[in-house]
Every structure is written in C-alpha cells, then in structure tokens.
Ligand binder design. Sequence first.
Ligand code: PLP
Length: 731
Amino acid sequence: MKSKVISAQEITEIVVGLNRMARNLWWTWNQDAQELFQELSPRGWQNLYHNAVAILHEVSEYELRTRLQDHEFAAHARRVLHNFKAYMEEKDTWGRQNAPALHQNPVAYFSAEFGFHETLPIAAGGLGMLAGDHAKSASDLDIGFVGVSLFYREGYFQQALNQENWQTEYYTLLNPRNLPIEPVLNAAGDPVICSVRIAMSQVSFKAWRVNVGRHPVFLLDTNLPENEQHFRDLTLRVYGGDSTTRIMQEILLGVGGVRMLRALGYQPSTFHMNEGHAAFLTVELVREKMAQLLSFDAAVEATRKECIFTTHTPVEAGHDRFSSELMSYAAHKFAAQLKLTHQQMMAFGRVNPADENEPFCMTVLALKLSRAANGVSELHGQVSREMWQCLYRERTVADVPIGHITNGIHLMGWMKGPVRRFWRRKVAATTYAKAGTEPGATGWQHDPNVPFEKEINSAEFWKRMEDPNFVTDEELWAFRYKLRRELIEFSRRRLLLQGQRLSHGDFIAFDSLMNPDALTIGFARRFATYKRAPLIFQQFENIVKLVHDKHRPVQFVFAGKAHPRDDEGKRFIQHINHLSKHSELKGHLVFIENYDVHVARQMVSGCDIWLNNPRRPLEASGTSGMKASCHGCLNMSILDGWWREGYDGTNGFAIGDDSHAASTEVQDRTDSENLYKVLTEQVIPEFYNRDATGIPRQWIQRIRRAMVTLVPQYNTWRMVQEYTRKYYLTK
Ligand SMILES: *Cc1c(COP(=O)(O)O)cnc(C)c1O
C-alpha cells in the first residue's frame, strides 16, 4: 500500500474534532476513544487521572499534528470521531420512537450533585452517581433531557489519613480549563448571567455546560466579581458549610436553575427533582405563573402538574429542614413574591401547617408540589409511604401517592476497559452467528455492525450466559483471575503511595501484599454509620482465623469517605485502618484512601464478593452492588434496597432474611452472626470447592445466574425507560 502524507486540512479537522470530543463525556463510556487518549500520552493518562482535556493541553498542538502523520494513529482518531458523530446524529433511537414529545419540551433534571467521571469530582456519593448515570442513559436512549446542578470549584473533598488514622480533608481547586466543561455564552460571546435574591442580596451567577452525550447539564456558578466574597464562595464545595450555606445553595439550585433554563430558552415539560435539595424550583415556577396573572391556587395547581420528585433516603438527617428564622432570613423574598405571609410560606414545608414550631422541610415541599413521587426500590417505596403518611392523613399507607422505580447503573460507564472488550467480543460472536457473516476488515473490535451498546443492556444477550459453550467456565475463571490480579496490583500501588505519609516502620512488603488466589471481599461506600462498615470485624477472632486459613484464605479491601462532620463515621475509618496496620489482619485487610469513581471501578471488578451490610431498611437502594455483576463479582448483602428484589437464591448471597429486628442492638448482633454464617457456610466452601481441573463450578454457575438475572435489570437503560413511561410522559 502506498503511503501518502495526510493533508494539513484533514489534520486540522481531526485536531478540532478531538478537542470537541474531549469536552463531551461520551468518551468516558467509549473504550476506543479512551484508548486513543491513552495512546496519545500513556503517562499523561495515568498522571492526569484519565483526563482527556488535560491531555490535549499537555500534548502540544505541534506534537498532535505530527503524531497524526502516523497513519495508524490517524485512522484510530478518524474512527473514533466517526463513531462519535454517528452517536450524536443517530435517528433510530428509543426516545424518538417512544417519547418524541420530550424532544420539544424536555425533562429538566435537577440534582445537587452529579457523578460523571473521576476528572469532575462534584459528587459526594450514590445520589450523584445515580444522577450522572441517569443523564448518560437519557442520552443513550435519546429522550429530551437537560440537567441542572452547581459548579463546585473545590468539588468534594479529598481524603487522607493522619498518623492517628483519622480522616483529614483537603480540597484542590478545579481548573475549568482542564475540565470537560465549557462556559455558557450568549450570541455576543459573553457569559450568560442571571441573578437570584438570597437574603438581602441580589446574587449573580453564570453557568458551565457539561456535554453528556447528546444533552447538556448546566452547572451554576456564583464565582463572579460582582458578588460579595461569601456569595462567590457559595458554590465552593459540595454540601460545604452549615445550614445557612445549604439553604442558599438550594435557593440557587432551584430558583437559579429555572432562571438559567429560561434564559437559555428551555420550556421543559417536566421538572424532575432528584432529592429535596432542588425543591425551591417549585417556588420559582409558581412565581412565574403568578406573574402571568394566574391566581395563587391556579399557579400551584399548574406547578404541581409540571413536577415530579424522587426521594432517596429514609434516614431522617437526609431530609433538609430549615428553621423559620433561617427561612425568613435567607428566603424572605419567597413569601412576598407569592403574596403570602411568612407563616403561609412555611406551611408549604410543614407536615402540620398550623404548627409554628415545625421547621421547613424540603421533602415536604417537594411532595406537596409534585404530580408524582417515588422511592428508589420496592422496599424503599413502602418505607417512604409509611414515613410520609402523616402528609396524607385521610389515606391508608398503601394509598399514599409515592411509588417506586428501582435504581440502576449506566453499564457502559461502569464496565472496566478489559471487561468492555471481553463483552464486545461476545456480542460480536453473537452478531456474526446470527447473520452468518465474518468480521469485516476492521475485525470484531471495531466493526461498526456490532451493536454493542444496544445488546449490552438486553436480557436476550445476558440470557446466553446460561449456555456453557457461549462462555466457558474456564474462560470465566480466567477472566476473574485477571480482574482480581488487576485490583491487587492497583491496591499495592495505592498503598505504596499512601505509605509514604507513614513512618518507616509501617511499611509492608508491598509486592507481597494480598494474595492473588484468595477470596477477596470488598466494601466501599460512604462511611455513613447506618452502613456499618466495621460490622464484619465484630467477630474479630473468627475473622482472623479465616484470613489465616492456609487452604481457604480470605482477604479484604475497604474504601470510603466519612462526611467531614461525621465523627462517628471517622471513628469507623480509624478502627478499620488500625486493624489493617496493627492487628493480625495486617497484609490481609487494606484500606484504599480517597474512594471515588475510579477506585470504585477497580474494586467492583476485582473483588469476588461485594459486601453490603446496612441497617435495614435504611439503604434506600444502593447501587455499587449493581456495578459488580457484569464483572463476575457476587453480592453478599442484607436484603435491603435493590438486593431484596435482585436476590433469587441462586445469583449471590443473602445475609439474614426478609425482615429486621426492631431494636438496633438486636439487629447489629443478629446481622453480624448471619454475616459470619453465610460467609463460612456458603461463600467460602463454594469458592474453594474446585473440581479436578481447579475450577469452582458451582461458584461460576452463580456468576452466570447473576449475569442473567441482574445485569439486564439493574441498569439505567431500563430505569430511564421506566421513568419516561411512568412519570415523564404522563400528566
Ligand atoms: C457507586 C458509588 C457509590 C454508591 O454506592 P452505594 O452502594 O449506594 O453505597 C458511592 N460512591 C461512589 C464513588 C460510587 O462509585
């Protein structure tokens, strides 16, 4: 084949295309695109923490143009850009067929946090991850969608442990130039500025646009020179500060969010409040309607028709409550705008409107001003109906208007790179077998005729895991070994970095840390106390014995952040770290600092068992366990949240049964006993029950069952369709 020089114009097109694509999070769930950036700068990929935008800054334009003279690299870039364009322009989509009305008038989805990727750390936990996954699937399905949140320029905190193993928080300033975000500008090229009344000030804000595939998510930002410093810092940190900061952030999110959408020309058909944080948007909608001369009652009715609300936790502290004084200080303008007295305004956030001592609850406001509301699992729906029956005294619990849609995860985004490749090969094999064809010139990996994204969420594809010839036991076991080794090597690297802050005596021989053959149990989540991170170590002596069993060893990987003001959670972290460094568990229990999306992905893929032991029924859904199944990691969990629906006796392990004791003391004790019981009676024997060739057939059968029953169900591809049918399209 004759080589020719690639024209300068084509190179320019590719350079422009790559810069545009790096600012669309689509690449974070496309393997080929990630590999392109990785190839461009392998060290940068690691050191810049998988940040495509930063890599394109780090690599000079001259270098990039020169590299594109390499035909193979240029072909790779062209292919990725072609696929990106095809994704963005695809017309034959679920949304166009099933929800065309939303293309005119989209769903506006408001959330105080969004978890998209490790390079944009503006989420504190599962609520944000869910919002990010919701947005990604809204794009994949192509329903009309726009997101609203805040731009926290210091994001969520980074975690480090001091000499006493006490969590300390530090913050790093995010540089917008190096993030996949763009300023929102008007036709003249100036920032679009809106303002909102907070306390005695008129606070201005601008917005950043995050491109999530086909849709934008707008992040509001008060860091403008015209604002007083404390208002510039309003959007500094996720859930930073006290309740005054909190109420002000929520006024900005709710009221400011609606104003920004209007300034940009949006006429949403539905406002979806993801948790009560966003509920002040209803006040702005009522105000707008009254400005158009609707009566107050008619404006409230019309607003209710436009709003839906998802509640996310039965934990009391998870529901914002603001005192009457704080409301009248921060939000005094609301009552005036709606021509209400302060007490009438307060009544919208009160279970008992006449009770002047009752604070203003954002969940109550959201429930009163929504046409529909839901919890995030079947059990959580039930618990929420009981919890909020007080608002609907004339109804029985069963008739309280709160339904449920069980959470999911965005599969493509959570799958680890090698795992995406593994499944792509299987989808390709299925495609060729069906069509009686062979891979084309590009091979199965890049064949555009392989409908990977569509198949990977489908029940038909995962059903094939019942066929031992489709994927053999041997292949699955090799797959598990590869993923476990990757986690162990990742842990060793991380521990080495963490160890540099410790005294020399604390160093462990890192290369022998953890055993690649041992049953590996993972636990990673926010260290909220109801999640009971140290529960398993209540049986300390027993666990030590299991860990040191020569033939059937067990080991643990832990990670998670405690909220900066949660000392109890910090004590849990301290306790586990103490055990990992100074007890017989040393070397068999590791704690990885700074839990985030990347750490989560390593852990849910590399562990054999994903442990979840919340105090039932406080885990509304939980999503990290859903990320495990496509990697062949099995859940061992209390029957709370999603697992109560997901578990069928064959596809993982249950701790205890479908009930819980009334007292927390009894609950903690029985759960810890049941945990030990299932671990020693089922999990360990099954994992180590090998046949003559060394394969744990029964274990692998369980992995197959998890893939058949869980992967196609607990994903946001299913979840967003359910929201669309059940809530977005029904008024
Ligand atoms: C998935 C995820 C969560 C949510 O996990 P839960 O199972 O709901 O506790 C929190 N944080 C990160 C970084 C995650 O990836």
